[in-house]
Ligand binder design. Structure first.
Ligand code: SF4
Length: 258
């Protein structure tokens, strides 16, 4: 079976906290975050068809040097059948723990993938407070009415993902969209879900970096000031019981706060 990918990295240090992963980027996304660093991929403007067996064979070769087989995008669950086949092939050929990065808007697919493949690590970007359709719409480039329909799905996706042995939630402080106070509200709304993570749970407050793939006007924005990250992370640490709290910046990488 073929899958549409932007590419892959045989050794990535930034996709699974504190681990090395073989990472594959899948084309297409159902959101249009105006600050997306993979915006061309997300819009389907980049991508090539590759047989899942080819990727699995490469993952098998890299297996001695990596901890996880990680799939990100775009939104990988949009290619559910191909992703299901890819995971099955990687299990057969590489035997690596599986990892998925999703925006959590497709909780039923996430649940099915977790059931079928025992995904060990799930990463979710929580882009705005989970009770604020207006801000979620701004952060994701959607309409408020659509955001209001998506947020219950995201909350459900977080509940599903909490069953993974390793749950990694992330929030990026994008200048002009999410400041430290709004990010603190993100953490409060995660805490309000009263997730009971099955294993290790981490929350990472991330710096926005205007990478090459970020469209204008955010391409010209400045990186988030580190002090804003620190403030948001400290607020998160006060409300998120059972979670480690980290910051991630270009200069310092990942730093544990709690
Ligand atoms: S959900 Fe992720 S891949 Fe999709 S548009 Fe937003 S940042 Fe880009």
């Amino acid at each position: 079976m073929e899958i549409i990918v932007g590419g892959w990295s045989e050794t990535s240090l930034v996709d699974v906290l504190e681990h090395v992963s073989f990472t594959v980027w899948l084309t297409y996304c159902n959101l249009r975050c105006p600050w997306c660093s993979n915006s061309r991929l997300a819009r389907g403007l980049e991508g090539k068809r590759v047989d899942v067996a080819e990727i699995a064979a490469l993952a098998g070769e890299a297996a001695p040097f990596v901890d996880y087989f990680h799939v990100t995008g775009g939104e990988p669950t949009l290619q559910y059948r191909a992703l299901d086949a890819l995971y099955a092939e990687v299990e057969r050929r590489a035997g690596l723990p599986l990892s998925l990065d999703t925006n959590a808007t497709t909780p039923k697919i996430l649940a099915r993938l977790m059931e079928r493949h025992g995904i060990e690590h799930v990463a979710i970007d929580v882009k705005a407070p989970l009770d604020d359709p207006r801000l979620y719409a701004r952060a994701t480039g959607t309409h408020v009415a659509l955001a209001a329909r998506l947020l219950p799905l995201v909350r459900e996706g977080l509940r599903v993902a909490a069953k993974a042995p390793f749950l990694e939630l992330r929030t990026t402080l994008v200048p002009g969209i999410l400041d430290a106070r709004a990010a603190a509200r993100v953490a409060e709304t995660i805490a309000a879900l009263r997730l009971r993570p099955a294993g290790r749970a981490v929350y990472v407050v991330q710096q926005f970096i205007p990478y090459e793939g970020v469209p204008e006007p955010y391409r010209g924005a400045k990186p988030t000031p580190p002090e804003a990250l620190r403030e948001a992370a400290e607020a998160a640490a006060r409300v998120l019981d059972g979670f480690e709290v980290w910051t991630r910046t270009l200069a310092e990488g990942a730093v544990r706060i709690k």
